[in-house]
Structure formats: structure tokens, C-alpha cells
Design a protein around this ligand. Structure first.
Ligand SMILES: [Zn+2]
Ligand SMILES: [Zn+2]
Length: 285
């Protein structure tokens, strides 16, 4: 079956009543400093982003979506940190799944993945669209203390899903890539006060707070406020620190900043959490 990456091209039946004409689904399987994995799929194409949990947990998460590892067409990796790649090698070997990452990320993570079949070693390049059947995957560069970290846009027809975690600070490029997303998974890693007062060693606190560290709840709220448009329907806050955050605090901090910017949560857009353990809400577009 041939597909094109012309973004305005409808697939089939767009405009049908009921159901999801594109069959586009989004669901986080794990999110947080202890491991990350997200599912995005259509009728034709099923993708995972990051594999920072065990192969078993990935399979459990897929089973809840009535899928198995055999259904997965591609695994995209954001960067080499273990909370994003821990289960990648096992999963690729078990189900013969191609892994996509940037050249530098491959070099940095290869040692921890184990042997990967040569045909399953694939490359992506920032700002170059990588089509997987009917899903156009677009990596874009983010500031984070890894070899060559990227976040991803997933484009299907006129729909856009964006996964953006492990971000040291917001940049104009990040804002541009987040704008117009129908669904956004955004990092809301830590509460700055909790982190500063907490028990992490000084150098780790500085790393997390730094330009190439992680996005705080406050920074996530500010970034989100600057990119919300009428098109954005769902935001998931994710990659929460276990030590320096809690879901209620993250949600309330971001919601308060949105309110100050006259964006009504759950009126203008739905906001939810991507859970550390277990699937988040499944969204169909
Ligand atoms: Zn990281
Ligand atoms: Zn991470």
C-alpha cells in the first residue's frame, strides 16, 4: 500500500460520523524518570517511542491496547539515557523491530542495547521527515545533556502529535514544533523548590536545573501557555521526577499558569497526566 507524507491528504473516510476516521491513537505506557514508552498508531502503522522500561512492561502496556509486540512497526528513540532505552534491545530482538535514532544517539546507546540485527539499525536526522507508512515522523533537536537528543512530531493527515520530554529549556524551535499539535506530551519534570530543598547532591540539582537538564512544572506551564491554540485538544504532563514532584503539584502548577494566561483547563484543552506505571488515557483522533 502506498502512502504519502502530504500532510493535507486524507486517508479514507475522513469526516465519517462516529469512530476515528484516521484510526489515530495515542497512549502513554510509562512516563517518568524511571522509564518512558509511548504508543502512537493508525490502522496501518504502529509505533513506539522510547523503550525505557522492561520488555514485559511494554508488552503489558500493549496488551491493554489489544496489541502485541508483533504489531509494532518501528521503535523511535529520543536519546540514549537508560530511562529511554532500557528495554529497546530486548524488544527489537524479540519482535524483529527496527530501531530509529540519530547517528550520535546510536553511537552512545549501542553498548547498552546488545546485538541489534543490522537491518534493524535505522537512522533519523533532525528536521528530516521519516515516513513510516501513513505516519510522518519528524525529529527535532532539543537541549538536553545527551549526545544528540530529539523530540518528535507525528503527522497523520492534518493531525499532529508531539512528544517533547527531557528538555533543558524552551527554545523558539521547540515552540514552533509544539504549535498546532492536537495532542502534546510535555515534560513537567520537577518542582524547583522541592528540587532545591531536596536530598539530591548539589551537582545533580545543578544538572537538572541547567540549560540542558529538565523542564520544571513552572517552565512547562509557561511553554504550554505560549503554544496553546484552538487546535490543541489534549495535553499530557509527563516525565515527572519521583523525588522532586508529584502529579497533583505538577497539574496544579501548570493549570494555574494556564489560567493566568486565560486558558481554561478542560474547557479549552484537556489536561491529564502520563503515569509513571501503567497506561495513561487512550486518545483517538
Ligand atoms: Zn534524558
Ligand atoms: Zn528521561
Amino acid at each position: 500500500m502506498g502512502f504519502s507524507c502530504i500532510l493535507s491528504t486524507p486517508l479514507n473516510g475522513r469526516g465519517m460520523k462516529g469512530g476515528s476516521p484516521l484510526g489515530l491513537e495515542f497512549c502513554t505506557i510509562a512516563s517518568g524518570s524511571s522509564g518512558n514508552c509511548t504508543y502512537i498508531g493508525t490502522k496501518y502503522t504502529k509505533i513506539l517511542v522510547d523503550a525505557g522500561v522492561s520488555g514485559k512492561r511494554m508488552e503489558d502496556g500493549l496488551a491493554e491496547l489489544k496489541l502485541s509486540g508483533q504489531d509494532i512497526d518501528a521503535l523511535f528513540i529520543t536519546h540514549e539515557h537508560l530511562d529511554h532505552v532500557k528495554g529497546a534491545g530486548i524488544f527489537s530482538r524479540r519482535f524483529d523491530i527496527p530501531i530509529y535514532a540519530t547517528v550520535e544517539t546510536w553511537a552512545a546507546m549501542e553498548g547498552s542495547l546488545g546485538k541489534i540485527a543490522p537491518g534493524n539499525k535505522r537512522f533519523v536526522y533532525a528536521d528530516e521527515v521519516c515516513p513510516i507508512n501513513d505516519i510522518c515522523v519528524k525529529p527535532f533537536a532539543i537541549p538536553h545533556d545527551a549526545a544528540d537528543p530529539v523530540a518528535y512530531n507525528f503527522l497523520v493527515g492534518e493531525k499532529k502529535i508531539t512528544l517533547a520530554t527531557d528538555i533543558g529549556h524552551a527554545t523558539d524551535s521547540i515552540r514552533e514544533h509544539l504549535e498546532g499539535s492536537d495532542i502534546l506530551l510535555l515534560e513537567s519534570n520537577h518542582d524547583e523548590t522541592k528540587l532545591k530543598k531536596g536530598k539530591y547532591p548539589y551537582h545533580l540539582k545543578q544538572r537538572i536545573l541547567g540549560e540542558n537538564g529538565h523542564l520544571s512544572n513552572h517552565a512547562a506551564g509557561e511553554l504550554l501557555s505560549s503554544v496553546v491554540t484552538g487546535k490543541m485538544k489534549y495535553v499530557f504532563l509527563g516525565h515527572l521526577s519521583e523525588e522532586n514532584n508529584d502529579p497533583h503539584l505538577a497539574y496544579e502548577t501548570v493549570a494555574e499558569i494556564l489560567r493566568k494566561n486565560h486558558i481554561k483547563v478542560n474547557t479549552h484543552l484537556h489536561m491529564d497526566m502520563a503515569y509513571r506505571f501503567g497506561n495513561g488515557a487512550k486518545i483517538e483522533l
